[in-house]
Design a protein around this ligand. Structure first.
Ligand code: ARG
Length: 430
């Protein structure tokens, strides 16, 4: 490991303790490194604005930071165990290349606000990705709701209940994912606050131009209180994981439906072949493994959120415990976004089996229609309900799945899906 930035003479560093302190931080910091470099460039500009570095030093620092970014992208610079973390790597490299100018970059900042700003920028980019993928899912669902209008059984308690349709199924998930996209945007707005310039968590005796760095880094607002910036670490990460979890919760139920509907017992759905795998022993099998793994990804997000929640039992101020939150958001977002990224293709490609679904609709499933029709004709609903219950299969006489769906005029149901309204909400978001 290169010299530690904070090392003072006379203290022996035990390598085992060093390894424990660093953990996998340097590996995780690879994920945040380019954001750290971006924020470092803007920090240098801020220092130049208040005369801590001169114009030539500022230009040198920015050029070297850009080179470091390019070397990192091309793989010619490796962020590895030579460094304690990404922040130390940036400073060491600048000192190595520029000497005194490099030694000035840490004026007025601490690794505590440095890690906050890098992880905040990272979170913003992931929440944007989340809102875009949710919008893409909603779009596919709206499109298929318009084109696939096939009757299917509607279940409650997994028991046959009333006639439903593939359009209603898709419209349901369309609205869910419009809301999920909206929630991701709202969460993005919440975390869109600049912590850079709060230093160790108590400000500094420098007139840092925080308004400038806020604008330049593309934040909507400055996070004002240095104490609050530290309080928000972990809290904002949890909010982001909540937004991700909301989408994955819907994905989990969607995946459940599809895995159930592909069984021979149901036979409603045929999955695209690339979403299934073979068995190593049973030659007859095609298994819905991909869908099952998509369903399982909620567990990773919930685990990440719980890990951060457990860390946050802390007094005010920076505590090293907070470092662990980076691994949690990193793993949670990777698993979650990877699963969601597959969803639009799955939804475009899977096929319904119209005959099997129609065969799953029996005459008793018109009982609710019959009772309500009688109620419209003036029979008190409770009496109409009893009569329909006793009539058994007769409830289905003269009815078809299509006629049942056409008569379903309550807003949002069979004949009034309001897909245009969903599309309008989606365009408002994007
Ligand atoms: N790796 C650390 C983290 O993620 C960086 C901040 C270290 N600050 C400190 N005072 N030791 O939290």
């Amino acid at each position: 490991m290169s010299d530690l930035l904070w090392q003072k003479s006379g203290i022996r560093i035990d390598p085992r303790i060093m390894r424990f302190l660093a953990g996998d931080d340097v590996v995780l910091d690879r994920e945040f490194f380019l954001f750290d470099i971006e924020a470092s460039k803007v920090h240098v500009e801020g220092l130049a604005r208040i005369g801590i570095v001169n114009a030539a030093e500022s230009a040198d620092l920015i050029r070297e930071l850009e080179l470091l970014g390019a070397d990192f992208r091309s793989g010619s610079f490796m962020l590895d165990e030579r460094y304690e973390d990404g922040h130390s790597a940036i400073e060491s490299r600048l000192i190595e290349r520029l000497g005194d100018a490099g030694r000035k970059i840490h004026s007025g900042r601490s690794r505590n606000d440095q890690v906050l700003v890098a992880s905040r920028l990272w979170l913003k980019s992931k929440l944007l990705e989340l809102s875009l993928v949710c919008a893409a899912v909603a779009n596919v669902c709206i499109h298929r709701a318009e084109h696939d209008v096939l009757p299917m059984p509607g279940y409650t308690h997994l028991q046959r209940a009333v006639v439903s349709s593939t359009a209603m199924w898709f419209a349901g998930f369309a609205e869910a994912f419009v809301d999920n996209a909206w929630r991701a945007r709202q969460t993005l707005d919440l975390v869109d606050a600049n912590p850079l310039g709060t230093a160790a968590g108590y400000g500094v005796n420098l007139a840092l131009d925080r308004e400038y760095t806020t604008r330049k880094l593309g934040f909507a607002r400055m996070q004002i209180s240095p104490i609050y910036t530290q309080l928000s670490r972990g809290k904002f990460e949890m909010a982001a994981l909540d937004a991700l979890g909301a989408a994955l919760l819907d994905l989990r139920r969607l995946a459940w439906d599809l895995s159930l509907f592909t069984t021979s017992e149901f036979g409603f759905v045929k999955l695209p072949p690339q979403f299934t795998t073979g068995s190593s022993i049973m030659p007859n099998k095609r298994n819905p493994d991909v869908i099952e793994l998509m369903r399982a990804s909620y567990a990773s997000v919930a685990a990440a959120r719980t890990e951060i929640e457990q860390l946050l039992s802390l007094p005010t101020g920076y505590q090293r415990d907070l470092q662990v939150s980076k691994g949690a958001i990193f793993h949670g977002f990777h698993r979650g976004l990877d699963a969601l990224a597959l969803l639009p293709d799955l939804l475009v490609q899977f096929e319904w089996n119209a005959e099997r679904m129609r065969a799953g609709i029996d005459a008793t499933m018109y009982a609710t229609d019959a009772a309500i029709e009688a109620a419209v004709a003036g029979v008190p609903f409770r009496d109409a309900y009893r009569a329909a219950a006793e009539s058994g299969d007769e409830a289905g006489q003269g009815r078809t799945p299509e006629s049942s769906l056409a008569a379903r005029t309550s807003p949002g149901s069979g004949s009034d899906l309001r897909l245009d309204e969903l599309r309008r909400r989606l365009t408002e978001l994007t």
